[in-house]
Design a protein around this ligand. Structure first.
Ligand SMILES: NC(=O)c1ccc[n+]([C@@H]2O[C@H](COP(=O)([O-])OP(=O)(O)OC[C@H]3O[C@@H](n4cnc5c(N)ncnc54)[C@H](OP(=O)(O)O)[C@@H]3O)[C@@H](O)[C@H]2O)c1
Length: 168
């Protein structure tokens, strides 16, 4: 399973239910990576999308405890256990955890790859991604050239869970 997020210098991801910044090239990257795949999203993040609508051309799975919550074009799931049951039918590499904070935190230890857009700036924030650089079982395995958007600098990074050493 994969995670995908845009984080700032402090691994911040949001403020007041919104993204910290919208970088068009990052949005395109997100679209390219997740199109045709399964995306798992928290109810609050789903509601932050334009019109509160699911993402097009993807299988949207939304987590909420609200049994009355329904949105056309998304499958609603009410617990992590039910989520795992549902996800069994998909290939792990086709599943993307797209946030927000609560979903990243519950899923990070079950994922293998993280696509992190690292923005070289410190924003005021109230939501964060788990700090992969402080997790012993994760390592950075890829980075891009420096990217710019007006005066912002950012990088497309790849993190992977370290493979367990064989016991042989
Ligand atoms: N920078 C990025 O890449 C990025 C990506 C995504 C989101 N974000 C930001 O992250 C922030 C939102 O994060 P958040 O943590 O506040 O909200 P969230 O994770 O998007 O949604 C939280 C909601 O998900 C539901 N939920 C979570 N765990 C559940 C479980 N185990 N079972 C059933 N339902 C569950 C609950 O919905 P109910 O309350 O309906 O029960 C909960 O209130 C926003 O600022 C958003 O813009 C940033």
């Amino acid at each position: 399973m994969n995670l995908i997020a845009a984080v700032d210098k402090n691994w911040a991801i949001g403020l007041n239910g919104k993204l910290l910044v919208k970088i068009p090239e990052d949005m395109k990257f997100f679209q390219k990576v997740t199109t045709g795949k399964v995306v798992v999203v928290g109810r609050k993040t789903l509601e932050s999308f334009p019109g509160g609508q699911p993402l097009k051309n993807r299988t949207n799975i939304v987590l909420t405890t609200n049994r009355n919550f329904q949105v056309k074009g998304a499958l609603t799931i009410h617990s992590i256990e039910k989520l795992f049951e549902e996800l069994k039918q998909y290939r792990s590499e086709d599943i993307y955890i797209i946030g927000g904070e609560s979903i990243y935190r519950q899923m990070v230890d079950l994922c293998d790859v993280a696509y992190i857009t690292k923005i070289d700036y410190e924003y005021l924030a109230d939501a964060w991604f788990p700090r992969l650089d402080e997790k012993e079982d994760w390592e950075q395995t890829g980075d891009s050239e420096e990217q710019t958007y007006f005066d912002l600098e950012y990088y497309f990074l790849r993190y992977e869970r370290k493979k367990k050493a064989s016991s042989q």
